[in-house]
Design a protein. Structure first.
Ligand SMILES: [Zn+2]
Length: 187
């Protein structure tokens, strides 16, 4: 049995990380493989039924609070799991890394998507650890909300409140490039 591969998709808000994650999920679906999709229980931006729609392909993401919960679902599945997908991985505790590594050692591919940096331009610990462990890293960019260039790598919080795990959309966060980040932080 070969070890599974760990793929990490990172970038700022609105850089299409979830779309990229679901593109990979769709490839496994087309191949009639068994997949499990997870998201942190904290994220309630989408429907309560936890269905993520991607083009014509609908998938159910199971909300979980920890890596241990993911491992439990994985072990209870009963059949071989070909791939595990984790969205918004930065919200999980760093202990999730050990679990995801173990899942790859059992021959399952793992795909994670998440923010690499918080709105203070600092790495999220869990994502930073996964970047070290990953076999493949896909770093996405967004369009800078301020200058319109396709080079945004940072998420800027319009009203800073010190909470780096604050869930929100356009009302709270914008994607910006480093130059614009610097301008809005020093105005
Ligand atoms: Zn800019």
């Amino acid at each position: 049995m070969a070890f599974g591969k760990l793929t990490l998709i990172v970038g700022p808000m609105y850089s299409g990380k979830t779309t990229e994650l679901l593109n990979f999920a769709e490839i496994y679906e087309i191949g009639r493989k068994n997949i499990l999709l997870f998201k942190p229980r904290i994220d309630e931006r989408y429907s309560k039924e936890h269905i993520v729609t991607h083009k014509l392909f609908k998938v159910v993401a199971t909300p979980v609070a920890s890596g241990e919960e993911i491992l439990k679902h994985y072990q209870d599945f009963g059949k071989r799991v070909d791939a595990v997908f984790v969205d918004e991985v930065h919200f999980f505790e760093p202990s999730i890394c050990k679990v995801l590594k173990e899942i790859t050692q059992r021959g399952t591919d793992v795909y994670c998507a998440g923010l690499d940096m918080n709105y203070l331009w600092q790495p999220f610990e869990t994502t930073a650890l996964l970047l070290a462990l990953a076999d493949e890293v896909i770093k996405k960019k967004a369009v800078c909300e301020l200058c319109g260039e396709y080079k945004a790598t940072l998420s800027f919080k319009k009203e800073s409140n010190g909470n780096i795990f604050d869930v929100g959309g356009k009302e709270k966060y914008i994607a910006v490039c480093k130059d614009c980040y610097n301008k809005v932080c020093n105005h």
